[in-house]
Design a protein around this ligand. Structure first.
Ligand SMILES: Cc1cc2nc3c(=O)[nH]c(=O)nc-3n(C[C@H](O)[C@H](O)[C@H](O)COP(=O)(O)O)c2cc1C
Length: 159
C-alpha cells in the first residue's frame, strides 16, 4: 500500500512542533498542533502551513485572514498534546499568550513565533496550503520540542 509506505517514510522525517493560532468569528483564540510548516521565501518573508480541510481551524484561518505559527519549546509538550486533541474543551485554559500585529495568539513561552497575514490558499489533496506574509516575529533561546516516529522527543540540542 502506497499510503502505508508513505506514512513509514514520513515517520522517519524529524520535525519541530508548532501551534498555529488564529481568531474565531468572535475574536476568540483558536489553535491546533501542526508540523506541516515550512519557510518559503526570505524576501519577502513567507511561510506555509498545510491544514486539513476537516480541521475546525481551517475555515477560521480562511475567514480571519491571519495566523501565527508558534514554535514550541521542549517543556511545552503538554500544550502540543492538548492542541492536537479535539476533546480538549478549551486548550487555551491556563496558557499565557498575547497579541502582536495581527492579533492571532502569540504563546508567551514559545521558542519563536511568526505572525502572518494570509497571502494565498492552494488546495492540495485533503489539505489547504495556507501561505502567509510574516508581519511580525520574535524568538528566545532554549531547547526545541521534536517529533519523530509519531512521538514527541528531546532532540538533545538547544539554541
Ligand atoms: C505532531 C502533530 C502534528 C500535526 N500537524 C498537523 C498539520 O500540520 N496540519 C493539520 O491540519 N493537522 C495536523 N495535526 C493534527 C491536528 O493537530 C488535529 O487534527 C487537531 O485536532 C485539529 O484541531 P481543530 O480541528 O480544532 O482545528 C497534527 C497533530 C500532531 C500530533
Amino acid at each position: 500500500m502506497i499510503s502505508e509506505d508513505f506514512r513509514a517514510v514520513m515517520r522517519r522525517f524529524p520535525t519541530g512542533v508548532t501551534i498555529v493560532t488564529t481568531l474565531d468569528e468572535n475574536g476568540g483564540p483558536k489553535g491546533f498542533t501542526a508540523n506541516a510548516f515550512a519557510s518559503v521565501s526570505l524576501t519577502p518573508p513567507m511561510v506555509l502551513v498545510c491544514v486539513n480541510r476537516a480541521a475546525r481551524s481551517h475555515p477560521l484561518i480562511a475567514s480571519a485572514g491571519k495566523f501565527c505559527v508558534n514554535v514550541l519549546a521542549l517543556e511545552q509538550e503538554k500544550w502540543a498534546v492538548r492542541f492536537a486533541s479535539r476533546s480538549t474543551r478549551d486548550p487555551f485554559e491556563g496558557l499565557k499568550y498575547h497579541a502582536d500585529r495581527t492579533g492571532a495568539p502569540v504563546i508567551d513561552e514559545a521558542l519563536g513565533y511568526l505572525d502572518c497575514e494570509l497571502a494565498e490558499e492552494h488546495t492540495a489533496g485533503t489539505h489547504t496550503i495556507f501561505l502567509g506574509n510574516v508581519v511580525a516575529c520574535g524568538s528566545r533561546d532554549g531547547a526545541p520540542l521534536g517529533y519523530f516516529n509519531a512521538g514527541y522527543h528531546d532532540f538533545g540540542c538547544r539554541i
